[in-house]
Write a protein that binds this ligand. Structure first.
Ligand code: SAH
Ligand code: SF4
Length: 354
């Protein structure tokens, strides 16, 4: 069976034409699937029965199996999906002012090896297909019951999006296409560890989505230690790529900065960060390091606040991200693809600072 979500609008048109050549059928099917969240062709009551059967025999609207759904006390929902080949991926719904943000995975693991990140510690994996990326969005809003409940999409789940642009770009086109998911580009953010050719390619694609860069250190020595990618693309090159990135008026590039106890959270790191970002339309998202299987710990709250204050004093917009979904291992850097019996073993993930 072919994954329906892997088809572009044109491919769907060709697929439909073999059952019914009338072009308005495409719009009907797109509406059922991407607006109403219908997951069976048999329920598309304005299509001829013969066409419903034709489509049902060839395409699947349920390409992933939901293996687990965990809801945290704060309303965060973590989904674990089994893909066709058995690989597992996670996406996370985060409540956000009456609506939700969906955190999407782009790979089944990550080969970038960042020390503080559970996905990176678990190691490589494969690229997701465009259909698998899009399926996460559709499953997310099916769970919520309504496409409009989903307000923001962030590519901050498992994997490095820029290493999978071949699938990410077609998926983004479907996400932004008014006939398909109709998201405003302002509500879509792609996060990267600083893979420079990917930042350039995303800019050239001209999709106007937001860019987020996981910086996590203000000097190359520290960053190279935490993020091996820095040995290939050091901070200077990453910031040059950010300066080249076509940014719409009034928009800012987000810099994520995971605050790690005693590693990158000194006042001089904050001053260094402010100096690096001078002249760039930037906002900094500070994330106290969440618990993983590594020995790295989040900065104590007082030190994190001082870090934030220094940035603000230097005129830089800096917010502190509240950790969401930590109790179900759904917070930043806690996603991974593991055998089921180990996946939610909280015993190994006790907060060492608690
Ligand atoms: N590979 C991309 C996108 C996924 S990672 C990237 O690195 O940007 C999403 C975010 O989670 C990154 O900003 C990363 O810095 C952050 N993160 C990883 N591990 C974390 C941890 N243990 N605690 C808090 N944030 C973490
Ligand atoms: Fe990969 Fe991003 Fe995790 Fe680094 S932080 S290992 S790039 S997912």
């Amino acid at each position: 069976m072919v994954n329906f979500f892997g088809l572009s609008v044109e491919e769907l048109g060709r697929e439909l034409a073999t059952g019914d050549p009338r072009v308005f059928r495409v719009g009907q099917v797109l509406r059922w699937v991407y607006r109403m969240g219908i997951d069976e062709f048999s329920e598309m009551t304005d299509l001829p029965v013969g066409l419903r059967e034709h489509l049902g025999a060839r395409l699947t609207l349920n390409p992933m199996k939901t293996e687990d759904t965990r809801v945290a006390g704060d309303g965060t929902v973590k989904f674990l999906y089994a893909l066709e080949d058995g690989a597992g991926i996670e996406s996370v719904l985060i409540p956000d002012d009456g609506h939700f943000t969906l955190c999407i995975s782009t790979q089944t693991g990550c080969s970038m090896g960042c020390l503080f990140c559970e996905t990176g510690r678990a190691g490589g994996g494969r690229n997701l297909t465009a259909g698998e990326i899009l399926s996460q969005v559709v499953y997310g809003f099916r769970y919520l019951g309504e496409r409009l409940m989903l307000r923001n999409l962030v590519f901050m789940g498992m994997g490095e999006p820029m290493k999978n642009l071949g699938a990410l770009l077609p998926a983004l086109e479907m996400i932004l296409d008014q006939r398909v998911l109709d998201f405003s580009p302002r509500r879509v953010t792609v996060s990267t560890c600083g893979w420079v050719p990917g930042i350039d390619a995303l800019g050239r694609a001209g999709l106007d989505v937001n860019l987020a860069v996981s910086l996590n250190a203000a000097d190359d020595a520290t960053r190279s230690r935490l993020m091996p990618v820095n040995r290939t693309y050091p901070i200077g090159q990453v910031l040059d790529a950010v300066r080249r990135f076509p940014l719409k008026k009034g928009r800012r590039v987000t810099f994520e900065y995971v605050l790690i106890d005693g590693v990158n959270d000194r006042p001089r790191d904050a001053r260094g960060l402010a100096a690096l970002l001078a002249g760039i339309p930037a906002k900094v998202n500070l994330i106290p390091c969440n618990t993983t299987t590594s020995s790295l710990k989040g900065s104590p709250e007082g030190r994190a606040r001082i870090f934030q204050e220094i940035l603000v004093e230097k005129g830089i917009v800096a917010t502190m991200r509240a950790s969401r979904g930590d109790e179900i291992m759904a917070a930043c850097g806690q996603l991974k693809n593991q055998p089921t019996e180990k996946r939610y073993d909280r015993k190994n993930h006790k907060r060492e600072t608690a």
